[in-house]
Design a protein around this ligand. Sequence first.
Ligand code: GPV
Length: 839
Amino acid sequence: MTQSLIPINECPIQIEDDRTGTSVETLKRAFADNLFYELGKYETIATKEDFYMALAYTLRDRLLSRWLKTVKTYEDHSVKIVYYLSAEFLMGRHLGNSLINLHLYDRVRQAVEESGLNLDELLEQEPDPGLGNGGLGRLAACFLDSLATLEIPAVGYGIRYEFGIFHQTMQDGWQAEIPDKWLRFGNPWEIPRPEESVEVKFGGHTEIYHDEKGRERIRWIPAKTVIGIPYDTPVPGYDTNTVNPLRLWKAEASDAFNFEAFNAGNYDGAVADKMRSETISKVLYPNDNTPQGKQLRLEQQYFFVACSLRDIVKRHLRHNSSLYNLNETAAIQLNDTHPAIAIAELMRVLLDEHGIDWDSAWRVTQKTFAYTNHTLLPEALEKWSVGLFGYLLPRHLEVIYEINRRFLEDVHRWYPDDDSLLGRLSLIEEGPEKFVRMAHLACVGSHAINGVAALHTDLLKKDTLRDFYKLWPEKFFNKTNGVTPRRWILLSNPTLSQFYSSKLGEGWLKDLDQLRQLESQIDDPEFCEQWRQIKLYNKQLLADYIWKFNGVEVDPHSIFDIQVKRIHEYKRQHLDVLHIITLYNRIKQNPNINIYPRTFIFGGKAAPGYFMAKLIIKLINAVGEVVNKDPDVRGRLKVVFLANFNASLGQRIYPAADLSEQISTAGKEASGTGNMKFAMNGSLTIGTLDGANIEIREEAGFENFFLFGLTAEEVYALKSKGYKPLDYYHRNPELKGVIDRISSGYFSHGNEELFKPLVDSLMYHDEYMLFADYQAYIDCQRQVSMAFQDTQKWTRMSILNAIRMGKFSSDRTIREYCNEIWNVKSIPVEMEGYNPEAA
Ligand code: GPV
């Protein structure tokens, strides 16, 4: 008999594996073990961060078994994989989400409590990974959640920015930016994979040569090499074993390159160049809906695209002998044009590195890519100067010119009499300076083009991309956005979720349409009363937060009227301010006027270089300072700006809202997704006929939505006939009173200059037509106040909004992409004896 190393009776290994087990006892033991071995701490010297980290490792362990089984399942099946390429992923905190998706929330809470700690406090320790600006980046994160939940093989590819979106603080009512050092304490959710690093080339020139068969070929002689190192973060599905990777690339200098420079005696030069290479993944550009034509930004785009494509091609070639059938194993989705350079890069790889002929390469490329457009703002369409492009990516510029030559030749053949069409469709914008139009590249290189809400897709067809629509109507799709109910209902609003589950079971979390079954209870007073209690409770929690962080006391019985989103003129936060000042002026005129109490809550970041957006933040704070302490107001109006709006703060805010402000100029907001999060949590919307508002209104019922303002068509018509904002100012005394109040310096300690740029821009241009919509907005807000005072009516509208939002689950959106664009199927991941519920 062989002697075992550890006598069996003393063996410390438990029957239930400490890395996968999910009983409370095992979780406690694993938590303590991770604190000791991963953090090198014991209880009495550990900080809250240490405890958070130990808990994060405990969850990561439980993700790993599923993750590896997912990898194995996909390898065995050699399945078709969705590759979601995005410059931004706004994931939000991981810990709470893992607890939810692994069904471990209650048991981990118990384990943590029995360890003498508070779970909510530990959850608050996690830095919010803010690798995105706003809706576009958050959409990518919701999509990854739905992909894993629907058991679709998928990889998210992006950049591991060392600094994500800046941290916003308030200084004297102005926005101040602080760097986001989210990696300071290390990141327990990621696994670096240096063995899978890839090289990315930049600059240099191209040359012609003859290959061994005597064929003329082109090769790129680059000037510099950068290394991309992948960092993988597990993305678990809800209530499945599927765990897909989010693979983010970090840039490092190539040793080979430095070595040459060192040997040439240029040590400090080599070190400087090393830093320059690493700069590529340093920082997220903080612009939303306005591209920055900076060289570094183009370097970022090409960097992550080149790394990702190399990875995709490598994975394909493990099971296939050539790349002619790449489109059978890969569906690559371009999240806006930021990764559109992938079209030229794949062509280069197929042509130059694999010797594939142009026509075959182009066929494979078009079948592999699909493109999502996220904006109608003309100034937001990316274009790169041909000079810069050719300097950084000389071979890609050649490829783009050749794509364009062949494309325009086709167009000329199809429409021989329309010469201006060629100029409009060209991938190159002509003029004193030439530009590469990235949206045009994305359109010609993809088999599918989609907008993100019905109106947006219509306007793309009619306006922004109309010439492409004329060529290829069959390429156009609408894919109305959605958001994940796991984060945006279950995690954000546990009280409402428990209420739902007590009535319906948990099926609604994977099939949000099930909430409609609750419509049968809408006349039950008990049901409605509970609904009100839940909302009031959530409002109280937010009121506590506001007291803690802003020092402003707000009444949870007042209307919580909330606008949170990036600050942008087209989103019209300042229209909301015009309403506040209107009410304030009415009170000043007659302090005894009957005004229902309202709390106006704002949140959102301004791009650091966007002067007008920053001035809007200052105006909100300035108005708040006056209104909040004016004794005539008697607390009936409160104005609060919550600093540093991000995913985590959103989770606190959406459940507490009564009124959701979705007031963009019609035709400007592609979809909006905050609108969906509010409505799902029982807010009513005051909104224009813009983006997904239109579809929200259709689902909720017209009578349960506060609609106002010009339609996109009316905006267009009014613009064409000549819009004169000043006429509105002169004809509307209340509007005049509001503007004059701002101009007088009333909100700026007598300084008449401070808000002049904002006032002038409204009076003399008003690009976004605030004045045209002002009266309709004010009237509609009066309807809101009336409706709120009819408690039963309001409750009914709130319930109907929440339970009719099934369409806006990102699960629905992803199913549509899978069936209509990607042509992929679910592949369940089977785990023997592995049932988290039963454990
Ligand atoms: I382009 N969006 C964004 O957040 N950043 C951008 O740079 C661009 C678009 C947003 C749109 O503004 C929203 O309307 C939309 O809901 C979101 O993308 C997701 O599609």
